[in-house]
Design a protein. Structure first.
Length: 246
């Protein structure tokens, strides 16, 4: 038996109404569910690119706790992740922060820690110099095997010393891990290599790069025994390496 077009239209309309009603009901209950969804836990993950654990998880937990104390409720959808990210990025050794809800009642906090390249011994004690040449207070109970910068009076000079350290360690003579100390002097930079008892004096100007090439070539001519006898290497003379032995 054939169904008339009029009946087909009526059945089609009824089907459409039922479908829209079902979608509406599902959407309503879904919204109600998420409105009542509360955070149950916070998962903190901190990435340390160079294994320098400068961000203390306890400090991060304090920031998160203070943030939620100021929240009116624990509704997951009401959590202002961007505001919490801003609070976390304000911590001295946090380079980046991402906060999001993983839809399983858990707030995910992903942090990347700043990493440092040197320690600065200044008038107020020891501070740390980041790879971006930012001077920050040294966290308590932090022990790092890094070059020590001396001979600078304030944080501005310490940041500039960080630039000189980069120029030195980009040359062929030293890597960052092979420098024990960098002393900034009025007309020279003084470098103490790690594991040796001599000091290297180089020009504190555009001649530094050539000085490092000259030093690398000179080091290549010496044995370990000869290196151990050195007290001072002066590279500030054109086409010369002036040394003092013990």
């Amino acid at each position: 038996m054939k169904i008339s077009k009029k009946i087909q239209r009526v059945l089609g309309t009824i089907t459409l109404v039922l479908l829209l009603t079902s979608v509406g009901i599902a959407s309503f209950f879904s919204e109600k569910r998420w409105e009542n969804e509360a955070l149950e836990s916070v998962n903190i993950n901190i990435e340390y690119p160079d294994n320098q654990e400068l961000v203390v998880e306890l400090e991060v937990q304090k920031v998160i706790s203070s943030f939620f104390e100021a929240e009116e409720d624990s509704n997951a959808l009401s959590v202002n992740a961007f505001l919490l990210e801003t609070d976390l990025k304000a911590l001295p050794y946090v380079a980046d922060a991402q906060v999001y809800w993983n839809m399983q009642q858990t707030l995910e906090v992903q942090l990347t820690a700043k990493q440092v390249k040197a320690q600065w011994i200044g008038p107020a004690g020891t501070a740390l110099l980041t790879k971006e040449n930012e001077v920050l207070s040294k966290p308590k109970r932090t022990s790092l095997d890094l070059p020590v910068i001396t001979g600078v009076a304030d944080s501005t000079e310490a940041a500039m010393a960080g630039v000189w350290l980069e120029r030195i360690t980009k040359g062929p003579a030293f890597e960052l891990g092979s420098v024990a100390q960098l002393d900034m002097r009025e007309d020279a930079v003084a470098i103490v290599p790690k594991g040796y008892n001599h000091v290297v004096l180089a020009n504190k100007d555009e001649r530094l790069e050539e000085d490092m090439k000259k030093l690398a070539a000179y080091y290549g001519t010496l044995s370990e025994e000869e290196l151990a006898e050195l007290k001072r290497i002066d590279l500030r003379y054109k086409n010369q390496v002036v040394t003092t032995t013990r």
